[in-house]
Design a protein around this ligand. Structure first.
Ligand code: UDP
Length: 372
């Protein structure tokens, strides 16, 4: 069988590229996927108990781009994203990210926005040249809240001190001077009504798209030669046979526990900066909106081995990635291989950003094909 595109990985990037290639150009794609399912780490499924779970950790879909939401809306209905997180520290549950309610509970006094800003001005540790996550948090909220909410969580999650991580890591979390308790700031916060797997499955339900599951790229890379291009969304170091050494990745272990009650947590996610081996417990039912008498909570324990989930945003890793990027650029020129997505670009992006990247990659593939 002749294919126009060979797509490695059936995650968000692979699915979007295949769908756009079919729709815009009538190109035929073969998607190969190592795992036994599509949707990458967005994969959700019904647990043995009948509860819909996010198998690889919670995915809170959000975007600021209406056109991105509309594009995905061709493949799913949406329900509002009920993304509420609390942090368990000092024996209490606090709203997180830090906002006025958190400050009031933590410092046991009331605050207007102006009073809170003035108060933080007193306790924060100003820094004009922030280079890492510790400096970032200290400069926003000072030492006491840094130690209560960030330090322990970050050590557990990354096995690195916040001084060793780029400021963008803890910088992902907003700090607010209002009473907005949502986890993220984005304008559109929605969840696919029937789940992510269903959405991606509809996206690639097309006679021009074939999918081969449980297929390792290394087993087919010399056999399948696409007519136009290869889209590679796997780990970039693996593509090049780790020739410069392994890029460090962070992985996770999940334990899913069923409970015979409708809900066990007050909200979808509870973070445990200072207790337990796990970083967070997630009761995704709060987000999926599923109605059932039982529930499932997942407990996440970070680890360094296993499937790559997170690139580790630190300078030395960026240096190593740049060496792989040089190889990737050459491979693109010589063999029309396009590297796209969180794993292929070693970048800590969310689902909406991965999809945007996929849309720009398919445009690039089309432009290059039109020019040759
Ligand atoms: N973080 C923290 N305390 C928390 C939550 C997050 O210190 O309660 C830090 C931690 O370093 C984490 C980063 O902020 O890795 C980003 O958190 P986010 O919840 O966005 O991570 P993700 O959902 O991508 O795992």
């Amino acid at each position: 069988m002749e294919y126009d595109l060979l797509i490695v990985g059936a995650g968000p990037v692979g699915c979007v590229v295949a769908e756009r290639a079919a729709e815009l150009k009538g190109w035929k794609s073969l998607i190969i996927e190592k795992r036994n399912h599509i949707a990458g780490n967005c994969y959700d499924r019904y647990h043995e108990s009948g509860v819909l779970i996010h198998q690889y950790g919670p995915h809170y879909f959000r975007t600021n781009k209406k056109d991105l939401l509309d594009y995905l809306g061709r493949f799913t209905e949406w329900i509002p994203g009920n993304y509420i997180v609390k942090s368990s520290t000092r024996g209490e549950l606090f709203p997180f990210p830090i906002n006025l309610i958190t400050l009031e509970q933590f410092f046991k006094r009331s605050f207007t926005a102006e009073e809170a800003e003035a108060f933080l001005e007193e306790i924060r540790i100003p820094n004009d040249h922030i280079t890492n996550s510790e400096e970032f948090v200290l400069s926003r909220v000072g030492k006491e809240m840094y130690e209560a909410f960030y330090l322990g969580y970050t050590l557990k999650q990354w096995d690195k001190h916040p001084t060793e991580l780029n400021k963008s890591v803890c910088g992902r979390i907003p700090i607010r001077f209002n009473r907005d308790t949502r986890y993220v700031d984005h304008e559109y916060q929605f969840t696919p009504a029937k789940g992510f797997t269903e959405m991606f499955s509809r996206m690639i339900d097309n006679p021009l798209i074939d999918v081969r599951l449980e297929t390792d790229f290394n087993d087919v890379r010399n056999e399948i030669k696409p007519r136009i291009a290869t889209l590679y969304s796997g780990p970039v170091d693996a593509y090049f046979n780790f020739q410069y050494g392994k890029l460090p990745w962070r992985s996770l272990d999940f334990t899913f526990t069923e409970y015979q009650q409708e809900y066990v947590q007050p909200c979808v996610q509870i973070n445990y900066p200072n207790d337990h081996e796990y970083t967070r417990s997630v009761e995704i039912k709060h987000v999926t909106g599923q109605k059932c008498p039982n529930t499932v909570v997942s407990y996440e324990v970070p680890k360094s081995e296993g499937d790559p989930y997170y690139p580790i945003p630190a300078d030395e890793n960026a240096q190593l990635y740049l060496k792989y990027k040089e190889l990737a650029d050459l491979e693109n020129k010589e063999n029309k291989v396009y590297f796209s997505g969180r794993l292929a670009r070693y970048t800590y992006i969310n689902t909406d950003e991965a999809i945007e990247m996929a849309l720009s990659t398919i445009n690039e593939i089309i432009r290059d094909a039109d020019q040759s």
